[in-house]
Design a protein around this ligand. Structure first.
Ligand code: FAD
Length: 281
């Protein structure tokens, strides 16, 4: 059962040395791959992702996956970047549309993630392509049916697998997985899980409403928000509970949003590592 992690390029020197240490620890957990986000905060957005992905691949020696946001890249950028990734042995990309941000002008070669998926699939067929998906629907979609139709188009354009947005209620994932099956979306769907280890992180989830927040999670937060250690433990236990249930229900893989921290991933491996050795039915 594949376990993978997501990290982001740090913006400070301390962050860089912390990430180096985190990657050394994450590597010990034998992940299938580590993906590296691409922030649309900076104009030179792909350079940092390339640097960290190369480090993951060549120093930490874990297969790396580079995130590529379509709105902020044109064909010339992609044609420059893909050979650089290949040169660094990074052969996996997570193709995204990216979010629109006021401070950063969008480019116009690719409107949807599927446009960039098709471009990479046609021109760089040696790369494995992953796409994003949303068990609770993408926030801009009119409804779930439209969203899944668009997802089907994206997969048909050349996605080899999908990773979900974080979710806190497994029932949302199971419903979504059924819809995908009905829509004939047959690629593996890795479940994106974020162990919530701090009040700040929990508040972020509540504020963006990126995810439907179940009552059980809100109760834990209300009870422990002033006790950082207790909240951390409760947050990791909540994630473990989700993962055990997902694995028992034959999920294709678990993708942990690590936020560049390793303690949650280590705890998960320590508590339920043997589950990852059980083969799927
Ligand atoms: P799309 O697949 O293009 O979908 C976006 C919306 O457009 C949906 O509502 C969809 O229904 C609609 N749509 C798609 N195709 C069509 C069509 N042909 N016609 C009409 N409507 C259509 N962002 C970053 O900037 N950097 C990152 O590193 C990053 N990493 C992420 C990792 C994961 C696992 C996930 C789930 C998200 C990540 N994001 C990242 C956020 C992502 O960029 C946003 O969620 C973005 O709003 C949508 O991206 P997408 O690739 O799902 O877009």
């Amino acid at each position: 059962m594949p376990l993978s992690f997501e990290v982001f390029p740090p913006s400070t020197k301390e962050g860089s040395s912390q990430l180096g240490e985190s990657l050394r620890q994450l590597r010990e957990l034998k992940p299938e791959f580590i993906s590296v986000t691409c922030s649309s905060q900076t104009l030179n957005l792909a350079a940092e992702t390339l640097k960290v992905a190369s480090y993951v691949q060549n120093v930490a020696e874990v297969p790396a996956m580079a995130h590529l946001p379509a709105l902020y890249l044109d064909k010339a950028d992609v044609d420059q970047l893909m050979p650089q990734l290949r040169e660094q042995q990074v052969k996996q990309v997570l193709v995204l549309r990216g979010d629109v941000r006021e401070q950063l002008p969008v480019k116009h070669d690719f409107q949807h993630a599927s446009d960039l998926v098709a471009y990479i699939h046609d021109n760089y067929p040696d790369f494995k392509i992953t796409g994003a998906c949303y068990p609770e629907m993408h926030p801009e979609a009119k409804n779930m049916v439209e969203d899944v139709k668009h997802l089907k188009m994206k997969v048909d354009a050349g996605c080899d697998q999908l990773i979900t947005q974080l979710f806190l209620n497994n029932e949302d994932f199971y419903r979504f997985r059924e819809l995908c099956a009905i829509a004939n979306i047959n690629v593996p769907i890795l479940a994106g899980i974020m162990p919530v280890v701090s009040e700040r992180q929990a508040s972020g989830i509540l504020k963006t409403s990126a995810s439907h927040v179940p009552g059980k999670f809100r109760t834990i937060l209300a009870k422990y928000r002033q006790y950082p250690q207790a909240l951390r433990q409760a947050g990791i236990t909540y994630a473990i509970d989700q993962i055990v249930d997902l694995m028992a229900n034959d999920v294709d893989g678990i993708h942990l949003y690590t936020m560049n921290q390793t303690d949650a991933a280590q705890q998960i491996q320590q508590d339920i590592g043997t589950l990852f050795e059980v083969k799927s039915a």
